[in-house]
Design a protein around this ligand. Structure first.
Ligand code: AMP
Ligand code: ZN
Length: 136
C-alpha cells in the first residue's frame, strides 16, 4: 500500500526505532507514546483490521508481542502491560494497517484507571448473546 505509513516503514522508506523483526513481523517504538516504551507490532504484509489478517500472520504478531512485550516490560521496569488493538475509526484506529499496541503500565499512572463497565439490565445479556451467536 503506497500511502500506508507502516508499509513505508516496513519497506525502509520511513525510519523507525526498531525493536524486533522476523519474516512476517516488525516491531518498533510508537512515535507518540502513551507511556515510555509504548511499542507496536505490525505484520509485514498490509491488512487493514483484525477481520482481514489471516491466521498465520496473526499468530506471528501475537508471538512477537509476547517476546517484545516481555522485553518492554523488563526494559522500562514496568509493573503491568496492556496489549491493545483498534479496529475502525469508532474504536480509535488511525492507521489502517493492523497493529498491536504494547503499553507498559505503572501503578497509579492514570492510564485506563476506570474501565467503564456496568451490568446488563435484566434480559439484555440473553438478547445480545442471541444476536452474536448466529454470526460465529
Ligand atoms: P491506532 O490509533 O491504533 O491506529 O494507532 C496508531 C499508532 O501509530 C499511534 O499510536 C501513533 O502514535 C503511531 N504512529 C503513527 N505514525 C508513526 C510512526 N511514523 N512511527 C511510529 N509510530 C507511529
Ligand atoms: Zn500498510
Amino acid at each position: 500500500m503506497l500511502d500506508c505509513i507502516f508499509c513505508q516503514i516496513i519497506q525502509g522508506q520511513l525510519p523507525c526505532a526498531r525493536i524486533y523483526e522476523d519474516d512476517r513481523v516488525l516491531s518498533f517504538l510508537d512515535i507518540n507514546p502513551v507511556a515510555r516504551g509504548h511499542a507496536l507490532v505490525v505484520p509485514k504484509r498490509h491488512y487493514s483490521t483484525l477481520f482481514h489478517i489471516p491466521p498465520e500472520d496473526l499468530e506471528a504478531c501475537i508471538v512477537a508481542a509476547k517476546r517484545v512485550g516481555a522485553a518492554v516490560f523488563k526494559g522500562v521496569g514496568a509493573s503491568g502491560l496492556n496489549v491493545l488493538q483498534n479496529n475502525y475509526r469508532a474504536a480509535g484506529q488511525l492507521i489502517d494497517h493492523f497493529h498491536l499496541h504494547l503499553i507498559p503500565r505503572h501503578a497509579h499512572d492514570g492510564f485506563f484507571t476506570a474501565w467503564p463497565g456496568k451490568p446488563y439490565p435484566t434480559g439484555e445479556l440473553d438478547r445480545i448473546l442471541r444476536k452474536i451467536l448466529p454470526e460465529v
